[in-house]
Design a protein around this ligand. Structure first.
Ligand code: RVP
Length: 499
């Protein structure tokens, strides 16, 4: 006889948080949203943490290199989509890793033998007024000097004047040494009233330039997520078929973490994939998606560093309708979090959980965290922003962005939506859609984070672990759901009744 679950499977909207005592120290400025993303032992530090508990979905219409840079800059992580050829995915990862926040490769370079005419021509074509002068004219050559528009007089100096005669020579330059941090570079820029600080290695070879204006932009992102080399942290999605080809390329490109992206992750193919990665590489790997304690145990026993929870809750996902598998996101998360905590008690190993899909309102994120998720993964949320890879269109009077599921025909992601065996995708599990355009990522994120922090203060928590420990959560009845929105009033904007 089949096993029956007597409790209905529930979504986030069926729950609310009950405030705890808000202590004086519970202010939004004090709230830390730092959270682990790979497993760690009791008393140890996780190998990888996020500064905000947000990841962007492994989807063509969400997570490319531009989204990854924007989100890492704000403290979260993107998992670059795997439904593309290996070389293209690796190239996107490489672009994120070589994007050094505030440190840029010099794009205008000449040698001392070039002339003022060359400087002017270069300036006209690039628009850059700072030219690095290196021995071979390359961006990584030995730095011999710098030319800016302050070094020559346009009208007076002859065009054939050689750069060596008017450049600011290396001996007179203030330079930073390789490995310098951005705050240190900024101190030098301010101390010496510079516009540009060249960074050189011990043999005087040019590595980067740091510009005053870039640093100003940089200071706006105090939570940015950087690796030890000060590159942005980035993840990548993989599948259970071509991992022997894909994983080496992603690791070589510098990916910081992998995730096996599958709608149903409770499979022997996932075990094989994890075992392959663990045997051959030193990189954390998440697995999923699962919705119950059995799936969690299976993937963790196989070696998963984090586990992704959720089947069928995604905004563009029709897996439940098509195949009749899945579980309400809240119920799935509650059960898996309980099992994760039990696993921790038994083994002393903490396995972070990612709640994936079905976040509609900002408070759903807070609920997911309170229910035991360490971070969330979102598709629709990020698809609405300028930074997502898709087209912005005008439909009627509104701007929208395109957003399609990985299981839709448009994505033709044959790997994710089969079980891992040989058969091809026979039916769709996702739709092709529009989402309302919402502007830039940072401004939207600030609002969402503000709400999460504020609710955490209501719950008397200034960290995610504290929220997970202390939260009190109640189910809401269908009638009290109505009570929760504006009701029995005429809303002014639309003139419509609020219920
Ligand atoms: P949402 O944030 O609700 O848009 O959900 C995003 C999630 O939906 C993804 O992280 C993934 O788990 C799932 N997804 C992506 N494509 C599809 C599909 O085509 N069915 N589902």
């Amino acid at each position: 006889m089949a096993k029956y679950y007597t409790e209905p499977s529930r979504t986030f909207s069926e729950y609310l948080l009950i405030p705890n005592l808000t202590r004086r120290e519970c202010t939004t400025e004090r709230v830390s949203l730092r959270t682990p993303i790979s497993k760690y032992g009791r008393g140890e530090q996780p190998r990888l943490s996020l500064n905000i508990p947000f990841s962007s979905a492994v989807m063509q219409s969400v997570s490319d290199n531009a989204m990854a840079v924007a989100l890492a800059r704000s403290g979260g992580i993107s998992f670059i989509f795997g439904s593309q050829p290996v070389a293209e995915q690796a190239s996107m990862v490489g672009k994120v890793k070589s994007f050094k926040a505030g440190f840029v490769a010099s794009r205008s370079n000449l040698t001392p033998d070039h002339t003022l005419a060359d400087v002017k021509a270069l300036k006209a074509s690039t628009g850059h007024s700072t030219v690095a002068i290196t021995d071979d004219g390359s961006p990584r050559g030995k730095l011999l000097g710098i030319v800016t528009s302050r070094d020559y007089r346009d009208s007076r100096d002859p065009s054939d004047k050689q750069i060596r005669e008017f450049m600011t020579p290396y001996a007179s330059l203030v330079c930073g040494r390789s490995g310098i941090s951005l705050p240190e570079a900024n101190d030098l820029i301010w101390e010496h009233k510079l516009n540009c600080l060249p960074i050189v290695d011990e043999t005087q070879r040019l590595e980067h330039l740091v510009f005053r204006k870039d640093y100003d932009a940089h200071k706006e992102y105090p939570l940015q997520l950087l690796d030890a080399n000060k590159s942005y942290v980035v993840g990548a999605g993989i599948n259970t078929r071509d991992y022997e080809e894909r994983v080496p390329a992603l690791v070589a490109a510098g990916a910081d973490i992998l995730v096996i992206d599958a709608s149903d992750g409770y499979s022997e193919w996932q075990r094989d994939t994890i075992e392959y990665v663990k045997a051959n590489f030193d990189i954390p790997i998440g697995a999923g998606n699962i919705v119950d304690r059995e799936g969690f145990r299976y993937l963790v026993d196989a070696g998963a560093d984090f586990v992704k929870v959720g089947i069928g809750g995604g905004s563009i996902c029709i897996t439940r309708e098509q195949k009749g598998i899945g579980r309400g996101q809240a119920s799935a998360l509650i059960e898996v979090a309980e099992e994760r905590d039990r696993y921790y008690q038994e083994t002393g190993i903490y396995v972070p959980l990612c709640s994936d899909g079905g976040i509609v309102h900002d408070y759903h994120i807070t609920l997911a965290l309170a229910m035991g998720a360490d971070f969330v993964m979102m598709g629709r949320y990020f698809a609405r922003f300028d930074e997502s890879p898709t087209r912005k269109l005008k439909v009627g009077n509104n701007f929208v962005k395109e957003f399609w599921g990985e299981g839709s025909n448009r994505a033709r992601n044959w790997q994710r939506y089969d079980s891992g065996g040989k058969e091809n995708l026979l039916f769709e599990e996702g739709v092709d859609s529009y989402v309302p355009y919402a502007g830039g990522l940072q401004e939207n994120l600030d609002k969402t984070l503000g709400k999460i922090k504020s609710t955490m203060c209501n719950c008397g928590a200034i960290s995610i672990p504290e929220l997970q420990r202390e939260a009190r959560i109640t189910l809401v009845s269908a009638t009290s759901l109505v009570e929760g929105g504006a009701h029995d009033v005429m809303i002014k904007d639309t003139g419509l009744s609020g219920d």
